[in-house]
Design a protein around this ligand. Structure first.
Ligand code: NAD
Length: 257
């Protein structure tokens, strides 16, 4: 089942839209009538998303960007606004889990890159997006955090720290800009079936599932429905919230069942 949203006339950007949840989110926004900017570091993957959207009659452009690069993010967001004339919704979704291993096995370079890609990137994106939204009277920003932004996860220290940071950053920014019509919220997916999760060893996924009350991985469309809701007027009084769409993993206790 899917709820219908109307994004006709809206301009939307999605980072990390070349794969997984970002691709599904971009496709869903386009299916709801938005003009969509697909931002990704992987040009081939991003262009494939654009082709898929165009093949179903939607409107999309691709903009290549490394979200960990402050100046590149500003150029990319400005390109979107040059092409579409405005920015109504931004889904800051790009992320990567970084190096696996306990803290003492992590090197400082990997710590910095994981923080850059998952946390600083969201700061850079919002700094680039908010002035355009202020200029047009408001907007909605959805920052992808994770269940790992609410609880811990073994062997992913930098990622867990970064995603907890995304939630704090979302609250701080929401406090500053909601009065001017910009709603900023975080989305906290549980384990969702994407190439990201396939990169984990299967023993890891089995252990992970034992902690998920619903006992299955989530689907990308279960995330994009929540993203479209947060981006729309249907969530007009939702500000600085961290929305869990996680099969119950953050409730805790499923592994003792
Ligand atoms: P994915 O690996 O399928 O897609 C991630 C996309 O981001 C890719 O297209 C990749 O090229 C792009 N990307 C990576 N680094 C980038 C960079 N520096 N600049 C621009 N683009 C970049 O991942 P996914 O599972 O769809 O994850 C999307 C988001 O959801 C991520 O932030 C991830 O941390 C988060 N998340 C994923 C899960 C899960 O179980 N899959 C759970 C919780 C949160």
């Amino acid at each position: 089942m899917s709820v219908t949203f109307d994004y006709t006339g809206k301009s939307v950007l999605v980072t990390g839209a070349g794969s997984g949840m970002g691709r599904d989110s971009a496709t869903a926004f386009a299916g709801a009538g938005a003009r969509v900017a697909v931002l990704d570091i992987d040009a081939a993957a991003g262009r494939t998303t654009v082709e898929q959207i165009e093949a179903s009659g939607g409107e999309a452009i691709f903009v290549e960007v490394d979200v960990a690069d402050d100046a590149a993010v500003h150029r990319a967001v400005d390109t979107v606004v040059d092409r579409f004339g405005r920015l109504d919704v931004a889904h800051n979704n790009a992320g990567a889990e970084g190096q696996h291993g306990f803290m003492l096995e992590q090197d400082p370079a990997s710590w910095r890159r994981t923080l850059d890609v998952n946390l600083s990137s969201v700061f850079y994106c919002m700094q680039a997006e908010i002035p355009h939204m202020l200029a047009s009277g408001g907007g909605s920003i959805i920052n992808t955090a994770s269940a790992a932004g609410l609880i811990g996860a073994y062997g992913l220290t930098p990622y867990v720290a970064a995603k907890h940071g995304v939630i704090g950053l979302t609250k701080a920014a929401a406090n500053e800009y909601s009065e001017q019509g910009i709603r900023i919220n975080a989305l906290c997916p549980g384990p969702i079936e994407t190439p990201f999760i396939s990169s984990f060893p299967s023993s890891w996924t089995d252990r992970l599932l034992s902690a998920v009350p619903i006992r299955r991985l989530g689907r990308t469309d279960e995330i994009s429905q929540a993203v479209l809701w947060l981006g729309s007027e249907a969530s007009s009084y939702v500000v600085g919230h961290s929305l869990s769409v996680d099969g119950g993993v953050t409730i805790g206790g499923a592994e003792t069942r």
